[in-house]
Design a binder for this molecule. Structure first.
Ligand SMILES: NC(=O)c1ccc[n+]([C@@H]2O[C@H](COP(=O)([O-])OP(=O)(O)OC[C@H]3O[C@@H](n4cnc5c(N)ncnc54)[C@H](OP(=O)(O)O)[C@@H]3O)[C@@H](O)[C@H]2O)c1
Length: 387
C-alpha cells in the first residue's frame, strides 16, 4: 500500500509535535510531505533534518538560519504568508492536511485544503469558529473529508459515525474545568500566570491553555461543534467532567447515550484521524478505569466563568459575531500573557467588543475578514482603558 503523504501546518506546536510523534512510529504508512513553523527555528531545523519533507515554510526572518541549520536549499523554504500556507494545504501530492496552527491564521490554508478536496485533520478551532459555514460548504462541494482532532470533536465524530442528524437529541461536550475550576470569580486575578498555564489534565499551547482557564475554549468548541456536525446551538451542551476521561458524548432521541473514553493524550485523536477509518495499535498506555474508580459530572459555573455564556450569545446571534468573539479573545489573551491586563480583563475586553459590534447576517469571507480586523482594532482601543 502506498504511504499517505501528510502536510502539517504548525509542526512546532503542541499538536504538531504530537502528530510527528505518531507518524514517526508508523514510517511504513506515512510520509511527511510538508511542514510549517513560525518562530521556533531550532526545532524546525531539527524536524527538517529528521523528516526530510519536500516543502517547508517558516517566518521570513528565519529562512536563512533554517536553511543553514537543516542543510535544505534556501529556495525550497517559503514564508508563512496566507498564500504560501494555502499552497501547501492544497498540494497536489497531499493526502492528509493536519491544521495545527493556532488562531485565525489557519483560515486561508484550511479553506484551500477544503476547496482542493483533501482529507483534513483540523486541531485548529478558530477557523471553524469564524468561518465554519464557508469551510464546511467548500468541503461538501469538493468532497473533502474533515476528521476533527480536537479531542472533544473527535469524540463526537466517533460516536456519531455518520448517523442521521435527526436521531441526535444533543451533543454533550465535556470540559475538565481548566486551572481555576471551583475558584470564585473574585479570586481569579490573584492566580499567577504560571498556575493558569499549568492545565491539570492537558499539555497544550499557551493560547488554548488560557482559554481553557476562562472557559472561552469550551465556548469556541460549542461553535466548532455546530459547524462540524451541522447542529443548532441549542443541541450543543457542556458538561464539566474533571477527570477528563470521557472526551464527549452524544445523546440520541431514543434515550441512548454514546461516549468516547480514553487517557488524556492528543496522540489518540491524531492517530485516529490519520489512520481513519482503520484503528491501529498505538504507543499509549491503556486506560485503567478500575484504578480511577469514579467519574464526576457537574454543570459549568457560568457566574464565575461568564465567557461560556458570551460564546453562546455569539453563537445564537450568528453572522459575524463569532469572528468578533474570536478576534477580541486573541488580542485579549495576548495582552494577558504580556501582563498588560489581569485575567478578568480578558472577559471584560471581549464582552465590550462583542457588544459594540454590528453584525452582518450570512457573512461572506470578505465580511468576516472586515469583522475580524474591526474587532482587533476595537479591542486594542478598549485595552487602553482597562487594567
Ligand atoms: N494543544 C492541544 O492539545 C490542542 C487540543 C485541541 C485543540 N487544539 C487547537 O489546535 C491549535 C494549535 O494548538 P497548539 O496548542 O498546538 O498551539 P501552539 O503550541 O501554540 O502551536 C501553534 C503552531 O502554529 C505556529 N504559528 C503560530 N502563529 C503563527 C502564524 N502567525 N503564522 C504561521 N504559523 C504560526 C507555531 O509556530 P512556532 O511555534 O514555530 O512559532 C506552532 O507551530 C489551536 O487552535 C488549539 O486551539 C490544541
Amino acid at each position: 500500500m502506498p504511504r499517505k503523504r501528510v502536510v502539517i501546518l504548525g509542526s512546532t506546536g503542541s499538536v504538531g509535535i504530537n502528530t510527528l510523534d505518531v507518524i514517526a512510529r508508523m514510517p511504513e504508512r506515512f510520509e511527511v510531505l510538508a511542514l510549517s513553523a513560525f518562530n521556533n527555528k531550532l526545532l524546525f531545523a531539527r524536524q527538517l533534518r529528521q523528516f526530510k519533507p519536500r516543502y517547508a515554510a517558516i517566518a521570513p526572518e528565519h529562512i536563512d538560519f533554517v536553511a543553514k541549520a537543516s542543510g535544505v536549499t534556501r529556495r525550497k523554504i517559503s514564508d508563512t504568508s496566507p498564500d504560501s500556507l494555502s499552497r501547501m494545504a492544497a498540494l497536489k501530492e497531499a493526502d492528509i492536511v493536519v491544521i495545527a496552527l493556532t488562531g485565525a491564521v489557519a483560515l486561508d490554508p484550511f479553506l484551500a485544503a477544503a476547496r482542493a478536496g483533501k482529507t483534513i485533520a483540523p486541531a485548529n478551532k478558530e477557523a471553524l469558529v469564524i468561518a465554519g459555514h464557508i469551510i464546511m460548504q467548500a468541503a461538501a462541494q469538493s468532497g473533502a473529508r474533515v476528521i476533527p482532532v480536537d479531542s472533544e470533536q473527535s469524540a463526537i465524530f466517533q460516536c456519531l459515525h455518520d448517523c442521521d442528524p435527526l436521531s441526535v437529541r444533543a451533543l454533550h461536550l465535556t470540559a475538565s474545568g481548566g486551572a481555576l475550576r471551583g475558584l470564585p470569580r473574585r479570586e481569579h486575578d490573584k492566580v499567577s500566570v504560571d498556575r493558569i498555564l499549568a492545565h491539570p489534565r492537558w499539555k497544550m499551547g499557551t493560547k488554548i491553555t488560557v482559554d481553557s482557564a476562562t472557559l472561552m475554549n469550551k465556548g469556541f468548541e460549542v461553535i466548532e461543534a455546530m459547524r462540524l456536525f451541522n447542529m443548532s446551538v441549542d443541541k450543543v451542551k457542556v458538561l464539566v467532567h474533571p477527570e477528563a476521561i470521557i472526551h464527549s458524548l452524544v445523546e440520541f432521541v431514543d434515550g441512548a447515550w454514546l461516549a468516547q473514553l480514553g487517557i488524556t493524550d492528543m496522540r489518540l485523536p491524531l492517530q485516529y484521524a490519520l489512520t481513519y477509518p482503520r484503528r491501529m495499535k498505538s504507543a499509549l498506555k491503556p486506560l485503567d478505569l478500575a484504578s480511577i474508580g469514579k467519574l464526576h459530572f457537574e454543570l459549568p459555573d457560568t457566574k464565575s466563568f461568564p465567557a461560556l455564556e458570551l460564546a453562546y450569545y455569539a453563537a445564537r446571534k450568528g453572522g459575524t459575531f463569532p469572528a468578533v468573539l474570536n478576534a477580541a479573545d486573541e488580542v485579549a489573551v495576548e495582552a494577558f500573557l504580556k501582563n498588560r491586563i489581569r485575567l478578568s480583563g480578558i472577559f471584560r475586553l471581549v464582552e465590550k467588543t462583542v457588544m459594540a459590534h454590528r453584525s452582518v447576517a450570512a457573512p461572506s469571507l470578505e465580511d468576516i475578514r472586515c469583522a475580524d480586523a474591526w474587532a482587533r482594532l476595537k479591542t486594542e482601543d478598549f485595552l487602553k482603558g482597562i487594567k
